[in-house]
Design a binder for this molecule. Structure first.
Ligand code: PMP
Length: 345
């Protein structure tokens, strides 16, 4: 790997970060008159902990990663943007990513004026590490991988991911938003081996907390320091920190939800495969199924008319004719199947 000094944009390397009141004094005191807060309306009159210490300490135990190796953002979308802003010089550097994948990587690259190079997956959605590495050049700072991948649902082959991690001299982002629904282990175990590894996870999927907007990033202490240097000072609000601490106490419930969703995923796959309008249900390691149907646009419109909303992926690379269907409750999945049956007759 190149050094972080070499990889960082020059302006970020030189940047002196903003030092907020809660950075300069953090601890116990009787009287806080340092942050121009209102003394009334406790506890929400106070700015939240800018580094979310309590939350990171708790996550550290759950994830097996040191608190200094954790960054928390306003959803995963925040670290996706921050890592591009930190490392990619607009109009000069570029990003390589698999295609199809989660759409926000390309949007964030576009917002930042950074070239985004797409490397197609194979017809069965596997990544060719050689092709990914071949798309990179001296100006490639980041490679985005997503496993299990969205919208395809499959996990990328681990040896192929390791090939990219071993041979790329920039930062490899492994987005594990859907890892809790997969039998594959998280790449967090590999952080000690690969200093260029940056992992994203989220509270939005298995943890059932998309509404609180909380994304996690795990990496070397040095990469996390870069993200902390350029984030908004109080990027995770107090309500979100409180709710997240609460949901982390409910790991048993989350495990139950995941168990139900995995059983429903299997059941729904079998049911869909038996429907005449369904051509193929792709294998999934996530909480959704990618399903090829006879006429995706017409099927999508029919489902909308029945009040069932899925994601039409008909125009996405390799996904022609496909709908992406999130696994719901057993009742919701039955409504979906009933609506599809209505279309079949
Ligand atoms: N990564 C992937 C692969 C996703 O599919 C999504 C959302 N659909 C996200 C990240 C966004 O997560 P968050 O809600 O944490 O911003």
């Amino acid at each position: 790997m190149k050094s972080l000094e070499q990889l960082l944009r020059p302006n970020i390397r030189q940047l002196k970060p903003y030092s907020c009141a809660r950075n300069e004094f953090h601890g116990e005191a009787t009287t806080f008159l340092d942050a121009n807060e209102n003394p009334y309306n406790a506890p929400y009159n106070r700015y939240p902990d800018p580094l979310q210490t309590e939350l990171k300490n708790k996550l550290s135990g759950i994830k097996g990663v040191k608190p200094q190796q954790i960054f928390l953002g306003n959803g995963s979308d925040e670290p996706i943007d921050l890592v591009i802003r930190a490392f990619c010089e607009p109009g000069q550097d570029n990003i390589v990513a698999i295609d199809p994948t989660y759409g926000m990587y390309e949007v964030a690259a576009g917002v930042n004026g950074v070239e985004y190079r797409k490397v197609p997956l194979s017809a069965d959605f596997e990544m060719d590490a050689e092709a990914v590495l071949a798309a990179a050049d001296g100006h490639t700072k980041l490679i985005f991988l997503c496993t299990p991948n969205n919208p395809t649902g499959n996990s990328l082959s681990r040896p192929e991911v390791f090939k990219v991690l071993t041979r790329f001299d920039g930062i490899v982002i492994v987005d594990e938003a859907y890892n809790d629904f997969s039998q594959e282990p998280s790449f967090t175990k590999d952080l000690a081996t690969f200093s260029n590894l940056l992992i994203f996870q989220t509270f939005s999927k298995a943890w059932g907390s998309a509404g609180i907007r909380l994304g996690m990033a795990f990496a070397s202490k040095e990469i996390i320091e870069v993200l902390n240097k350029i984030k908004y000072p109080y990027n995770i609000n107090q309500l979100t920190q409180e709710k997240a601490l609460h949901i982390l106490d409910s790991a048993g419930t989350v495990k139950t939800w995941v168990g139900i969703l995995l059983a429903e995923r299997e059941k729904l796959k079998q049911t869909l495969e038996a429907l005449p309008c369904v051509r193929k249900v792709y294998p999934s390691d996530a909480n959704f199924l990618l399903v090829r149907v006879d006429d995706a646009d017409a099927t999508y419109r029919h489902l909308v008319s029945e009040g069932v909303i899925v994601r039409n992926r008909n125009t996405v690379t390799l996904c022609r004719g496909c709908l992406r269907i999130t696994i719901g409750t057993p009742q919701e999945n039955e409504l979906l199947v009933g609506a599809l049956k209505n279309r079949a007759v």
